[in-house]
Ligand binder design. Structure first.
Ligand code: 5GP
Ligand code: ZN
Length: 113
């Protein structure tokens, strides 16, 4: 996707503060953190939102969740973390490339606003 900011970050065309990277996913610090630790985990492949997860591409979601504990340990989130996806306008999604927010470093209130 030519005009997708997270595709550009995934391809290194826009700089980001990387936390983890492999051939399938990238994790990097959010530009506008909502918690003491706020990292975004994205698939390198462009998927617009959770609406577009299918039988064919859902492996990447399992892969992200598989990597999450390792990432959380590296980020010193032993107290716990929130891993959240915003989907669509009512879900609060602003960037139309699938991403999961890893938030931690403080107690995360529930329900969210
Ligand atoms: P959403 O609102 O779509 O769930 O989350 C998008 C997130 O991306 C927001 O938390 C926002 O701060 C972050 N963000 C938007 N543009 C950039 C950017 O260019 N670099 C980084 N690191 N984060 C960004
Ligand atoms: Zn994209």
């Amino acid at each position: 996707m030519d005009d997708c900011i997270f595709c550009k970050i995934a391809h290194g065309e826009i700089p980001s503060k990387k936390v983890y990277e492999d051939d399938k996913i990238l994790a990097f610090y959010d530009l506008d953190p909502k918690a003491p630790v706020h990292v975004l985990i994205i698939p390198k492949e462009h998927i617009s939102s959770a609406w577009d997860i299918t039988e064919e591409n859902s492996d990447i979601v399992a892969y992200i969740f598989q990597k999450a504990p390792q990432l959380a340990k590296e980020l010193a989130l032993e107290g716990g973390f929130r891993l959240v996806n915003n989907c669509g306008d009512n879900g609060g999604q602003t960037v139309k490339h699938l991403h999961f927010h890893m938030l931690g470093g403080r107690f995360m209130a529930w329900p969210p606003g």
